[in-house]
Design a protein. Structure first.
Length: 135
């Protein structure tokens, strides 16, 4: 007797093969996810490296622009005064940026409303905490 073809397999045979088929599908999906993540991580790493290189060049650009500003001001005032003026402007920019960062950190440190709401719900389920008890 010849082996049954795919069309001739019984329902019980198909049901018996189902766990193996599902397992193979799950493994294939996991392998696909791993491959996609690897691809994305590789390209993210390349992009991050190039962005870091651009940032280093940007720092050198900033230094040359600062020197150019000092030289431009040195045309109308002594060189030391031009350097102090540019330094004062940079110090003012630093202070403003740090103040904005401080305000942002302070806002970010506030507790999450959703977490507080969940805690209150859990307290209510346990029967503890402050909530309106009407019996």
């Amino acid at each position: 007797m010849a082996a049954p073809t795919n069309d001739e397999r019984s329902l019980f045979t198909l049901i018996g093969e189902l766990p193996n088929t599902v397992s193979n599908l799950v493994r294939a999906e996991i392998d696909q996810i791993k491959a996609e993540l690897s691809y994305k991580a590789k390209h993210f790493g390349i992009g991050a490296g190039l962005a870091a290189g651009a940032a280093v060049v940007g720092v050198f650009l900033l230094f040359t622009l600062i020197v150019a500003a000092i030289f431009a001001l040195a045309l109308v005032m002594p060189g030391w005064a031009a350097a102090l003026t540019v330094s004062g402007i940079l110090l003012l920019i630093i202070v403003v940026l740090l103040w904005i960062a401080f305000v942002s950190f302070k806002r970010g440190a506030e507790p999450l409303e959703s977490v507080e709401s969940i805690k209150a719900d859990l307290d209510a389920l346990k029967g503890t905490g402050d909530y309106d008890r009407r019996y």
